[in-house]
Design a binder for this molecule. Sequence first.
Ligand SMILES: [Zn+2]
Ligand SMILES: [Zn+2]
Length: 335
Amino acid sequence: MARMTALVYEAPHQMPVREVDVPALRPDEVLIRVAYSGICGSELSGFEGKNALRKPPLIMGHEFSGQIEQLGQEAAARFPAFQVGQAVTVNPLITCGECLYCLRGQHQLCANRKLLSASLPGSNAQYVAARADAVLPLPPGMALTIAALTEPTACAIHIAALVVPRSHESALVVGAGPIGLLTIQVLQNCGVRHIYCADLNAERLAKATALGAGAVKLDEVRGQVDIVVDAVGAAITRQGCVAAARSGGRVVWTGLHEAESQLPVNDMIRREITTYGSFAYTRLDFANALQALAEGRLRLDPGWTRIEPLANGAACFIELLHGSPTVKIWLDPWQ
Ligand SMILES: [Zn+2]
Ligand SMILES: [Zn+2]
């Protein structure tokens, strides 16, 4: 069997590069030669051993682009347009397509869902296998780096799809990480003009202001904002988001930093605060994200991103855990 280089999470804070078998291809799968694999905030807690869904040994990585290397027999028959060498990205949320949620188009809630980089091997490797119906060919000319942003962009698009912002509403995004910065732009594309951002990291916050958001401290906008998005998920940001919402306002929870937090529920009742949980994306959100990126409707400035060899993976995880000014690091498994 062919071998490949992969970044393998073996124990908390231990993720060396190893030689492992190239994934055995099932008939309904496509083997992809990974070009870039982005490091996601949700994987940082996994690296620390704080995420019950990520158990060692595990190859993480679910925000990636690459080229088709090989097609399983069924995959080739069902998707005759797929060609070896074709540039693609993958929706890493593999869903059953048959449960009530899938039938309703709520794939993110699929009872049988599996995520690459959690229950399936991910893209921090030279090759990754994915079910063919999760593979999306890139529009012509799209850069492989930009394509690797499709997954976090889909999360941002899903937030807007849930909350349905109107152009006269104000919004506050808490957390200027990749999801926060992309959410600011999705809200702008929905016509929202008054957008604020809060983040304790001044370098990150400067990126939000570069996009046109107003920098605020979380307690500066108490009771003022129509739509508040928590892209952190700590008790202090969750409580701050509720306080920032105006009476009758809406709060979207998407950050997953802490499993449980205390909330002022009586205050939320008396001020009629509506809350939404926003998890991942539907298949439509994912397709819309790819299209929006291909058309240049969203961006992360080149200076906000970096490409690193796969072998530096563990060091990059540690850097991001300590609050790096770099918004997105892409691992290149061929460097
Ligand atoms: Zn992600
Ligand atoms: Zn399903």
